[in-house]
Design a protein around this ligand. Sequence first.
Ligand code: HEC
Length: 127
Amino acid sequence: MRKTILFFLMMIFVFTIAVDAAQRGNQENGRRIYQSFCSQCHGVKGNGTGRKGTALGTKPADHTDKEAMSKRTDAELYGIIWYGGKSTGLSELMPSWRNALKEEDVWDIISYMRVLCECNGNGPEKK
Ligand code: HEC
């Protein structure tokens, strides 16, 4: 009897970890892609000060801005990245990535961006 309970506790434990990891996406893969495709405009630290970005007419977004990033849901970020800035009324200087990246790469980038902003997409955190 005790073994059975232990077994079920183990299963719940393993399951919880698996679900959590899936929701978070692969941050390491996200970081790698972000550094190769996004950092030239958004900066190595994600704060909008990339070498190429500072020369643009519209300043690339600061992805470390907790308040601004909290207002964006993951789905919104996905749309901006996939279809480009223009599709959502932002500057067309923010390119569309649907021809360059895979869907799951974009989700990985988003999970990395949530590390950069130390926030989630559920609105500003309540204190
Ligand atoms: C050529 C420069 C450039 C590159 C490369 C670039 N961006 Fe952008 N991005 C911009 C600019 C400029 C804006 C600001 C648009 C505006 O405010 O109208 C922006 C805005 C954004 C926004 C909207 C932020 C917000 O909440 O308003 C997201 C999300 C974003 N970029 C993600 C990415 C990701 C992820 C990558 C890499 C896959 C990337 N960008 C690569 C220039 C770039």
